[in-house]
Design a protein around this ligand. Structure first.
Ligand code: FE2
Ligand code: FE2
Length: 147
């Protein structure tokens, strides 16, 4: 089937575009740490997190239909790990939605609240990194098995 060869390539392309958004978020977090005097003014973080959430959502939907995930789910040795990775998708998406709901607007919050956002955003990004590493290993196994 034609999608079997193009699907992994598109997944890698989507990972790269998500990495670009993550780099933008980390740069913004670093900038905010260095500029605490900006508290109360407008900030870009909700818009950037929203683009992260939307890109991740589209990516997860694409990833879960066809391609390596479908192969993994049909394999008794890989299905449990594949299901765990799909649970990660739901958790990452839910945490990004909660962050967006809590950000509630375009004004930078007080420093203590901003620090809570900082640690949660960094935690979600770390989880995304661990998820992708596990996913890459799974995809390499099932795509090799398919050849
Ligand atoms: Fe994934
Ligand atoms: Fe992925």
């Amino acid at each position: 089937m034609s999608s079997a060869s193009t699907h992994p390539i598109e997944i890698v392309r989507q990972h790269h575009s998500i990495h670009r958004i993550i780099k933008e978020i980390l740069a913004e977090l670093d900038w905010l740490r260095e500029h605490p005097e900006r508290v109360g003014s407008t900030w870009d973080m909700p818009v950037i997190i929203e683009s992260f959430r939307d890109a991740a959502r589209r990516h997860f939907e694409f990833e879960e239909v066809g391609g390596p995930f479908e192969i993994a789910l049909a394999d008794p040795n890989e299905a449990e790990e594949a299901r765990g990775l799909i649970e990660d998708h739901r958790m990452i998406e839910a945490r990004l939605c909660r962050l967006l709901a809590e950000m509630d607007g375009v004004k930078m919050p007080e420093l203590t609240v901003e620090q809570c956002f900082d640690s949660e955003i960094r935690a979600v990004i770390a989880l995304m990194g661990e998820h992708e590493a596990q996913e890459r290993a799974l995809f390499a196994r099932v795509c090799t098995m398919q050849d």
